[in-house]
Design a protein around this ligand. Sequence first.
Ligand SMILES: [Zn+2]
Length: 313
Amino acid sequence: MVIFGVILLAFIVGANATGCGFGYDGPLGPDHWQDEYGQCAGKHQSPINIDSSHVTRVVLPPLNMQGFFFTDGEAVLTNNGHTAMMTIDSERKPILSGGPLKGDYEFAQLHFHWGDDDTHGSEDEVDGKSYPMELHVVFFKKEYLDSTAALDHPDGLCVLACLFEVGDIPNPNYKGFGEVLPKIIQPETEAAFDVAPALIQLLPHELTHYFTYNGSLTTPPCSEVVTWIDFKEHIKLSHDQFEDFRALVNEESHSMSNNFRAVQPLGDRIVFYNVNYFEEFEQDVLDDNKVNADIEELVVESEKVIEEAVKST
Ligand SMILES: [Zn+2]
């Protein structure tokens, strides 16, 4: 049983191993996770529904994304029976800091949760709405040395989460997944990308606006050690690009789709919403039009000031 647990842990936090011991329906489904993993019944679990009218607006330091432009090293996509997980074998690892984080966090792996059609599949919801897929980019705090040791610390992990929606055209930044996913349809298979995708390409364009809260792994052992950063902007893929993910099968030879956990109670936690430094702070309700207008006004004003300064020299 100890070995079993170690293998499972390795999947969660990024080692190149096959996960087992839990599923998304039947006797191994989420309702039974807590029988074996007590933390899954905790009070600060993930995912959650984010109610955008009950968030606390904050201005955090900018997120610092070192090495998010790297395309060196070998990127491998693994069907581990639960998800498609990408790891990067490289000397240089992407490092995340800033925002709500204290210290440097090193990239461990990224993976996806998706539904069997375009109407559901994400883990987090926003205002009760589910999305067809969600990306989790997992980082561990560097001072804890690896992602397994990081599970023993409340600030051990950070996950960048991105929600997807259906677009009219294929997303060129996800082209590599369309080439590799058909090679890992069966569980315990893996295949390398021709060129490792740069992490920055896989994220939304706009990285200032995000929700952040403290939560847990969304799979056993459900450790409550995760600082979640959920970007407000969504990523668009074509319907066919989602279908490439839906072709994957799990160890029971069933479709891997619907590999998401239901939302958990927020409890006494606060969800923060990070806004740009220049934005008004008093707004209770998020209003993108107002935010954009405010930024535009500030940009015009700054340009005037710069023009005057240039004239006077
Ligand atoms: Zn996940």
